[in-house]
Write a protein that binds this ligand. Structure first.
Ligand SMILES: Nc1ncnc2c1ncn2[C@@H]1O[C@H](COP(=O)(O)OP(=O)(O)OP(=O)(O)O)[C@@H](O)[C@H]1O
Ligand SMILES: O=P(O)(O)OC[C@@]1(O)O[C@H](CO)[C@@H](O)[C@@H]1O
Length: 303
C-alpha cells in the first residue's frame, strides 16, 4: 500500500487576472479552488493511474472539510488527523507571470502530532510512505525524522519531497526516491548550477548520501534520472502550459505508482515525466488519458 502524508495541506485558490495592478482594484477573470498540498496531489494522480493509496496528514476547519469531501468524491481513501485550526489557503496568482502566496498553516498541537504518529503504526514491510511538502512551523524541524523512524521500524520504504535540513537529514535513511527540481538541487548544496553535467554531479551526491533513486526535474527542459543503474535524460513533451502547480507532485506519483506496479525504473521515469507534463498542460492535475498520450512523446536517453 502507498500512503501519502501531507503535513500542511491547502486549498489552492487559483486566481487569474488580465493585468495585475499592484495597489489597485483587480477583477478576476477566472478562479478555481482545488484541494492542494503536495501529498494530496500525489494521491490524486496515483488515483488517476489506478494505484490504490491512502492520504493522511492534518486537516482542520471548513477548509479541511472541503478537501476531505473532494477526496471522498474522487473515492480516494483518506485517514487524516482532524486538527483544531483551519487548514491554510494558498493563493496561486496567474497574470503575466505566476505568483504563489503560500500560508504558514495551522498550529498543530502535541496530541494531534502524536495521533499522526500512531496512525503510522499500521505501516507494514513493503509499504511506501510518500512524505511531501512543508511542515507547519509549530511541528518543529524534526517531525519528518520521527515519521521516517516509524517507517523504518516497520521496514516500509519512504519517498521524501521537501527542502532544506529536513531533506538533508532524510538522505542517510535511504529514501526510495528524492525529486528536487534543478533550482532546489542548487539551493541544497549552496551552489549555482548552470549545466547538465553540474546537475548530474550534484544529483550523484544525493545518491552517495543515501538516496536510492534521484529525479531532477527541469520543468519544460525535461528531467534526469540518476540511480546505481546509470544516468538517463528524458525530454519533456511539448504543449500549452495551463497550470504548472503540482507538476512535480504528479511526477512523483507517476514514478512511484509505476514502480510499485511494475518494478521497472525506466518505465516509472517515463510515466513520471508524462504525469508532470500532463499536469502542466491541464487546469487541474493530470488525468490518465493525457498521461498515456504524452508517454508516447517521451524519449529516454542513457548518458
Ligand atoms: N513547461 C512545461 N512543459 C512541459 N512539461 C513540464 C513543464 N513544466 C513542468 N513539466 C513537467 O513536470 C515535471 C516537473 O516539473 P518541475 O520541474 O516544474 O517540478 P517542480 O518545480 O517540482 O514543480 P511544482 O513545484 O510546480 O509542482 C517536469 O519534469 C516536466 O515533465
Ligand atoms: O508550502 P508547501 O507545502 O511547500 O507547498 C504547498 C503547495 O504549493 O505545493 C503544491 C504544489 O506542489 C500545492 O498544491 C500547494 O499549494
Amino acid at each position: 500500500m502507498i500512503y501519502t502524508v501531507t503535513l500542511n495541506p491547502s486549498i489552492d485558490y487559483i486566481v487569474e487576472v488580465e493585468d495585475l495592478t499592484l495597489g489597485g482594484l483587480n477583477r478576476m477573470k477566472r478562479d478555481l479552488k482545488l484541494p492542494g498540498g503536495k501529498g494530496i496531489n500525489v494521491s490524486r494522480v496515483l488515483n488517476q493511474l489506478g494505484v490504490g493509496n491512502t492520504a493522511t496528514g492534518f486537516l482542520g476547519g471548513f477548509t479541511g472539510r472541503y478537501i476531505g469531501q473532494w477526496l471522498g468524491e474522487e473515492h480516494i481513501s483518506s485517514d487524516f488527523v482532524t486538527v483544531a485550526e483551519d487548514t491554510r489557503i494558498n493563493i496561486k496568482l496567474k497574470a503575466a507571470e505566476e505568483t504563489e502566496i503560500n500560508g504558514t498553516g495551522p498550529a498543530i498541537r502535541e496530541e494531534e502530532a502524536e495521533a499522526l504518529l500512531l496512525k503510522l503504526e499500521a505501516l507494514q514491510a513493503g509499504d511506501i510512505l510518500v512524505l511531501s511538502g512543508s511542515a507547519p512551523p509549530s511541528l518543529g524541524g524534526s517531525f519528518y525524522s520521527r515519521l521516517i523512524a516509524e517507517c523504518k521500524s516497520k521496514k516500509a520504504e519512504f519517498v521524501i519531497d521537501t527542502t532544506g535540513q529536513a531533506l538533508k537529514d532524510a538522505l542517510a535513511q535511504e529514501p526510495l526516491l528524492v525529486k528536487p527540481n534543478h533550482h532546489e538541487l542548487a539551493e541544497l548544496f549552496g551552489v549555482s548550477i548552470g549545466s547538465r553535467d553540474e546537475i548530474i554531479t550534484y544529483g550523484r551526491r544525493l545518491l552517495e548520501s543515501g538516496a536510492r533513486n534521484v529525479l531532477v526535474s527541469m520543468a519544460g527542459e525535461g528531467a534526469l534520472f540518476i540511480s546505481d543503474q546509470g544516468v538517463y535524460f528524458a525530454n519533456a513533451p511539448k504543449g500549452k502550459v495551463k497550470n504548472s502547480v503540482g507538476a512535480g507532485d504528479s511526477m512523483i506519483a507517476g514514478f512511484v505508482g509505476t514502480l510499485s506496479l511494475t518494478g521497472d525504473v525506466l518505465e516509472a521515469f517515463r510515466t513520471g515525466v508524462a504525469s508532470g507534463s500532463a499536469t502542466a498542460f491541464s487546469d487541474d492535475l493530470a488525468d490518465r488519458a493525457l498521461i498515456e498520450q504524452l508517454k508516447t512523446q517521451i524519449q529516454i536517453e542513457q548518458l
